[in-house]
Design a protein around this ligand. Structure first.
Ligand SMILES: Cc1cc2nc3c(=O)[nH]c(=O)nc-3n(C[C@H](O)[C@H](O)[C@H](O)COP(=O)(O)OP(=O)(O)OC[C@H]3O[C@@H](n4cnc5c(N)ncnc54)[C@H](O)[C@@H]3O)c2cc1C
Length: 420
C-alpha cells in the first residue's frame, strides 16, 4: 500500500461497483487519504458505462420527464421507430416508478429539476479536471460540442421549450440553418433543415478505456481492485461494518454503494427502497463507417446519436423499460439505427457490433447521492440515468466531502435516497 493511502487518514472505504461512478468515488476518496477497496463482479466499466454515447453532456439540463412527455408517451410507445419502449409485462412492477415520473413531469417540478441538474452540470469540468490530469487521461476527452439535427422547421419548434430551459440556465446554444449544420459537419446529407449546436459538450474517445485508465491510476496510487460479487453487508451491533462477497469479507469504516441499476437490491438490505428502473439503451458501432464524422450528432427526428469514438462510429438510442435481465430486442434497435443512417449518406455497416445496457434511472432524472437513511457510514451514489458519465466526478467529489464531514457545495436535498 502506498504512502498516499496510509498517510492522512486511517480509515478504510469499500466502494461497490467499478462503473464510472464508483471509479470516480474511489479516486476522490483516495485523494482524501482513505485506503480504498473497489469491488466489481466484472472488469471496470463493463456494464452501463461500457456502451454509452460518450458525451459529457453539459447541456443536458432538461429532465427526461417534461410537461409534454405524458401526452406524447402513448403515441411514442406505439411507434415501432420511436425509442421509447415498454415491456408490458414489466408494467406492474414499474408502476410506482411511473407514478413518480408522472408527478415529476409537471411543469413546476420539471423547472425545479432543471435547476438541480444545471447546478451539477456547472461543476462537471472542475470535478473531472484533477482526475483526468493525474491519470494522464486528458487526451481521452475532447471539446467537440454536440450538434442537434432537425429535418423540419416543425421539429425545431417542438424543442423550443427545452432549449429555452437551457438558455435560462446559461447553456450556450447556436442556432444553425441546414447549410450551416452541413458546413460544420460535411458528412450530413440533404435531409437536415435546421441545427442547434451546443459548444460546451465534450466527448470521450471511449468510456470503457477512460474508466480502465482511471482505475489503473487508482491502483498505481495503492488502491485495491477486487473482482468479486457483493452479496450483502456484514452487520455489527451498530450497523454495517463491511461487505460480504462471494469470496469473503471486506471490512470498511465507510461503504459506498455505486452499483448502478443493481444498487437497489443492496439498498434494500439496508432497509431503503429506492425507485430505480433499468432504462435500457442500445448501441451499434460501425468500425469502418467510411465517412469521417467530426462532430457528435443527435437527431431529434430519428432519436439516435452518432458519436465518433476510437473504435468507430457509435450510434446509440432507445429507452426501454424492462426487467434488467430481459432478452434484448436487437431487431427493434436495428430498425431504428437503419432509419437514422439515411441522415449520413454512404455509411458502411460492415462488421457492426451491437450492445444493450441498463441506465440506472430514477423517476425524477436526478441521482441518489447521500448517506443511507438508516446507516450514516454507507453512502449511496447511483441513479444517474442518462448522465452517469457526465456526473461521475461531481458525485465523487460530493462523496469525498461527505466522507470528511464537510458540507458539499451542492445542496443534497434533491438527491436524498428517501425522497420517493
Ligand atoms: C445507450 C446509452 C447511452 C448513454 N449515453 C450517455 C452519455 O452520452 N453521457 C452520459 O453521461 N451518460 C450516458 N449514459 C448513461 C451512463 O452510461 C450511465 O448513467 C452510467 O454508465 C452509470 O454508471 P454507474 O457506474 O452508475 O453504473 P454501471 O456502469 O452500470 O456500473 C455499475 C457496476 O456495479 C457492478 N455491480 C453491480 N452489482 C454488483 C455486486 N453485487 N457486486 C459487485 N459489483 C456489482 C457492475 O458489474 C457494474 O460494473 C448512456 C447510457 C446508455 C445505456
Amino acid at each position: 500500500m502506498s504512502d498516499q493511502q496510509t498517510l492522512k487518514d486511517g480509515r478504510h472505504a469499500v466502494v461497490i461497483g467499478a462503473g464510472i461512478v464508483g471509479t470516480c468515488c474511489a479516486l476522490y476518496l483516495q485523494r482524501e487519504g482513505l485506503a480504498v477497496t473497489l469491488i466489481d463482479r466484472d472488469g471496470p466499466g463493463e456494464a452501463a458505462t461500457f456502451g454509452n454515447a460518450g458525451a459529457l453532456g453539459l447541456a443536458s439540463v432538461p429532465p427526461l420527464g417534461m410537461p409534454d412527455t405524458l401526452w406524447k408517451a402513448p403515441k411514442m410507445i406505439l411507434d415501432p421507430l420511436h425509442p421509447l419502449s415498454l415491456r408490458w409485462g414489466h408494467l406492474p412492477k414499474a408502476l410506482p416508478w411511473f407514478v413518480q415520473f408522472t408527478l415529476a413531469s409537471r411543469r413546476s417540478r420539471a423547472e425545479a429539476i432543471a435547476d438541480v441538474r444545471a447546478d451539477l452540470l456547472r461543476r462537471v469540468n472542475d470535478a473531472y479536471a484533477p482526475l483526468l490530469e493525474d491519470a494522464g487521461a486528458r487526451n481521452m476527452v475532447h471539446d467537440l460540442g454536440l450538434l442537434m439535427l432537425f429535418e423540419s422547421e416543425r421539429s425545431r419548434v417542438n424543442v423550443e421549450f427545452a432549449l429555452e430551459m437551457r438558455r435560462r440556465r446559461g447553456i450556450k446554444i447556436e442556432d444553425l440553418s441546414g447549410d450551416e449544420a452541413r458546413e460544420m459537419e460535411p458528412a450530413l446529407g440533404p435531409l437536415i433543415e435546421r441545427g442547434v449546436f451546443f459548444p460546451e459538450v465534450c466527448q470521450t474517445v471511449s468510456p470503457l478505456r477512460l474508466t480502465q485508465r482511471l482505475v489503473r491510476h487508482f491502483q498505481d496510487r495503492g488502491g485495491t481492485l477486487r473482482r468479486e460479487t457483493v452479496k450483502g453487508f456484514d452487520f455489527g451491533p451498530d450497523g454495517p461494518k463491511g461487505v460480504i462477497t462471494d469470496s469473503g469479507r471486506h471490512d470498511g469504516d465507510l461503504m459506498v454503494l455505486a452499483a448502478g441499476v443493481w444498487s437497489k437490491f443492496l439498498a434494500r438490505q439496508l432497509g431503503t427502497r429506492v425507485l430505480l428502473e433499468a432504462e435500457r439503451g442500445y448501441h451499434t458501432v460501425l468500425p469502418n463507417p467510411g465517412v469521417d464524422i467530426r462532430v457528435p450528432l443527435v437527431s431529434e427526428d430519428r432519436h439516435v446519436t452518432f458519436g465518433p469514438m476510437e473504435d468507430g462510429l457509435r450510434m446509440t438510442s432507445i429507452a426501454e423499460f424492462a426487467a434488467i435481465e430481459a432478452a434484448p430486442d436487437h431487431a427493434r434497435a436495428e430498425r431504428i439505427f437503419a432509419a437514422a443512417r439515411d441522415l449520413i449518406p454512404g455509411l458502411d455497416t460492415k462488421g457492426a457490433t451491437r450492445w444493450v445496457g441498463s441506465r440506472p434511472s430514477t423517476p425524477d432524472s436526478v441521482p441518489v447521492i447521500g448517506p443511507a437513511p438508516r446507516f450514516a457510514n454507507v453512502l449511496f451514489a447511483f441513479g444517474h440515468g442518462h448522465l452517469g458519465l457526465t456526473l461521475a466526478a461531481v458525485t465523487g467529489r460530493i462523496v469525498a466531502d461527505l466522507a470528511q464531514g464537510r458540507r458539499p457545495e451542492t445542496d443534497l436535498g434533491p438527491f436524498r435516497p428517501d425522497r420517493f
